[in-house]
Design a protein around this ligand. Structure first.
Ligand code: NDP
Length: 275
């Protein structure tokens, strides 16, 4: 049984809370609810306490660089790093929302891509040998990719795309969206899908980087889709409960010690999916 410490972003509700619940039952170590709002985070801990589970709590707003640095310093100091990191925090506008597309693009990319990247920047160096990193992406990353121009698809499929190039492309989407030029730029008309393309490709880039820079550490990093889950983000008619949505992220977080795959893959229903 693995032991150590697991950190789940955006886990005061929804799939994140369900991931913490499952890890409390299956992972032999401290499991952290993190939330941007301390009150909501403590409520979540109480909910799990009432189920007989004992998660811990730390504040973490992924849109706030100081909050990320504080949390990273805390886990470094208390545990000398982390064993499991699940980047689950995310946001989506409702289809009915009338916020201008350019604003939706900026806000959605800021949290789902840029802030997730900031967490990885500060936490990946803390991930211990044998660690597992799971980035919650979406099936819309795969379908959105198919709607990108051939040029963009080629870059998002390539083995040599760098983090810097990905950041430039994601920023280009936001800039073009603000000018109403994203379709001419070869992008799909869905900010959420573009943000999750970024999450999936970033996971692949980090996997290649870890294999090269820390080959002996056996860290596995993957992107996944939880499925269509009944939470605030999705419609009430979604087929999966949050606990069912947690299954694939938790599977990737608990890949057996010594496992070498999946790594740098996009996974849903516990199966590696084509990208
Ligand atoms: P919820 O809206 O229920 O939960 C989202 C969580 O992310 C909340 O805890 C929210 O906190 C948190 N969050 C948002 N912004 C930040 C931030 N800046 N810092 C820290 N936490 C933040 O949605 P889900 O549980 O459905 O979403 C979880 C993940 O699953 C997301 O990445 C989503 O994109 C992904 N996903 C969901 C699908 C679904 O069908 N539900 C399908 C595919 C992917 P707060 O309460 O403070 O807002």
């Amino acid at each position: 049984v693995q032991s150590g410490v697991a950190v789940v972003t955006g886990s005061n509700k929804g799939i994140g809370l369900a991931i913490v619940r499952a890890l409390c039952k299956q992972f032999n170590g401290d499991v952290y609810v993190t939330s941007r709002d301390v009150g909501r985070g403590e409520e979540a801990v109480k909910t799990l306490n009432s189920e007989g589970l004992k998660p811990k709590f730390h504040q973490l707003d992924i849109n706030d660089l100081n909050s990320i640095k504080n949390a990273a310093a805390y886990f470094k100091g208390k545990y000398d790093g982390v064993d499991i990191l699940i980047n689950n925090a995310g946001t989506a506008f409702k289809a009915s929302d009338t916020t201008p597309f350019g604003v939706q693009a900026e806000v959605t990319l800021r949290t789902n891509f840029f802030a997730t990247r900031d967490v990885l920047t500060h936490f990946l160096p803390l991930v211990k040998a044998g660690g597992r990193v799971v980035n919650v992406s979406s099936m819309l990353s795969a379908s959105g990719l198919k709607q990108c121009s051939p040029e963009l698809q080629q870059r998002f499929h390539s083995e040599d795309i760098t983090e810097d190039e990905l950041v430039v492309l994601m920023q280009r989407f936001v800039d073009e969206a603000k000018k109403g030029e994203h379709k001419q730029g070869g992008w799909p008309d869905m900010s959420y899908a573009v943000s999750k393309i970024g999450v999936t490709v970033l996971s692949m880039i980090h996997a290649r980087h870890l294999s090269k820079e820390r080959p002996k550490d056996g860290i596995l990093i993957n992107a996944c889709c939880p499925g269509w889950v009944r939470t605030e983000i999705a419609a009430p008619g979604a087929p999966k409960s949050p606990d069912e949505g947690a299954i694939t992220p938790v599977y990737l977080a608990l890949l057996a010690p010594g496992a070498t795959e999946p790594h740098g893959k996009y996974v849903s229903d516990k199966e590696v999916q084509p990208w």
